[in-house]
Design a protein around this ligand. Structure first.
Ligand code: AMP
Ligand code: MN
Ligand code: MN
Length: 317
């Protein structure tokens, strides 16, 4: 499969690298890692994200970040999607094109002409690394930085479920290629926008505990978001902090926008929150899942989700 995917990529000249909407470090790192390898081999490459205003700026230190655009070129030979579980998360129109789908979500809908999907890998960056390794591709330093970023962003710096020796071994090889772990940690963690800090402060002073304090819930209304100057991208992963509270097994975040309520779920190793995101047409992993709900009030969505968690995930009476 890795050989076949690489053959397909080598045959193409004009290539578009697609990241998922509301991107994270894994999807961004993956497209940038591919970008430098393909560009150095003389291909014409476009970096695409459909929600450009939602690009998390902590990744702007990666080479090529400023080249990410929200327009597709008129002509191309091949699309490569990275870290995207379903076609609609790409934010593009369907059409008659070749697509290589590179991902690690177990819920991946295999929408590509070639699907390189590794549900047991902790990040898509690791799938890209394996693709390079299997095809003896030399990894330039800027791609190594991008891959390391993918790995650490999707594992919370090697601390979430799913992290294994492959993640550590790959990180170690990337360090041998010149990556500075300290530099990347400083860029990603030491660049927190003030609005995000204020949003976290609100979260820590306002969350609720339910079901004998086994579930922590936080809701960000439009008014709260406005008062701290934050948007959806500033809420990325902050929910994880609630999961760190002793006894909390599941953390829930709801965030209100003009169009929908965005929901994020996180859980410890004994609970599968992807069961809930599937019910709402979302996706993710066993311990980190998300979805959007339209045309409902935030309070009602919260009640609904807490009920579903109690009956389908926690199994409390
Ligand atoms: P989030 O809570 O947005 O950080 O997402 C957690 C995980 O769920 C990530 O792997 C996302 O890719 C996935 N996810 C979030 N929202 C959706 C959605 N609407 N459809 C499919 N997957 C999603
Ligand atoms: Mn992702
Ligand atoms: Mn990922």
């Amino acid at each position: 499969m890795y050989k076949e995917a690489w053959r397909k990529i080598k045959e193409a000249d004009r290539i578009v690298l697609l990241s998922h909407i509301y991107p994270d470090g894994d999807t961004i790192g993956s497209i940038l890692a591919l970008f430098w390898v393909l560009k150095n081999s003389g291909k014409r490459v476009t970096l695409f994200n459909a929600t450009k205003s939602e690009l998390p700026l902590e990744f702007k230190f990666l080479d090529g970040f400023s080249k990410i655009q929200d327009k597709l070129p008129n002509n191309f030979d091949l699309l490569i999607s990275c870290d995207c579980s379903s076609f609609d998360r790409l934010g593009i129109e369907g059409g008659d094109f070749e697509l290589v789908n590179i991902d690690h979500h177990k819920s991946n809908q295999k929408f590509g002409s070639i699907n390189l999907v590794e549900p047991n890998f902790s990040s898509t960056g690791l799938v890209i690394y394996r693709l390079f390794e299997e095809n003896r591709v030399k990894i330039p330093k800027n791609s190594a930085y991008a891959l390391y970023t993918s790995i650490v962003d999707d594992t919370g710096f090697f601390s979430y479920g799913g992290v294994d020796s492959f993640a550590f071994k790959t990180a170690s090889k990337l360090i041998d290629l010149g990556v500075s772990p300290e530099y990347i940690a400083r860029k990603i963690r030491g660049n927190e926008p003030l609005c995000r800090v204020r949003l976290r402060a609100y979260m820590l002073s306002s969350f609720d505990l339910r079901f004998d304090a086994s579930v922590a819930v936080i809701s960000f209304s439009k008014e709260v978001l406005k008062s701290v100057g934050a948007t959806r991208k500033d809420s990325k992963n902050i929910i994880h902090e609630l999961l760190n509270i002793a006894n909390v097994k599941i953390a829930v975040m709801l965030l209100e926008t003009d169009e929908y309520i965005k929901v994020s779920l996180r859980s410890d190793e004994n609970y599968d929150v992807s069961k809930i995101s599937e019910l709402y047409g979302g996706g993710g992993h066993k311990r980190a899942a998300g979805f959007e709900v339209a045309s409902k009030e935030m309070k009602d969505v919260e009640t609904e989700i807490l009920n579903l968690l109690s009956t389908k995930v926690l199994n409390v009476e």
